[in-house]
Write a protein that binds this ligand. Sequence first.
Ligand code: ZN
Length: 114
Amino acid sequence: MHELGLVTRVARSIEEVSKEEQLTRVASVTLEIGEVSGVIPEYLTDCWKYFRAKSELLKEAELKIKEIPAVTLCEDCKKTYSTLEYKKICPNCGSSSTCLAAGDEFNIKEIEAC
Ligand SMILES: [Zn+2]
């Protein structure tokens, strides 16, 4: 139940922001999720539906997910490439000195009030 923990964390952050901004209802929440973050968007959406029903603030809040493609940077030729396609070996020069440049994100990008 990894996703439920994440949803709980997201909901807490939204509650804090809502207090500061004095929001009483949230219309939608946009999350940025990296391709290799280990989070499965469908599970997250399911958990969200279950969770929001218990919250006055989030009752009508729609969860929007923006997936960020995973990109790896090669330290030898300084080029970037698709992580899912080529994994840890650079397709340009064959080097294995590579590191993930993007794709492990899990951020709240936007909260929209009613
Ligand atoms: Zn390379």
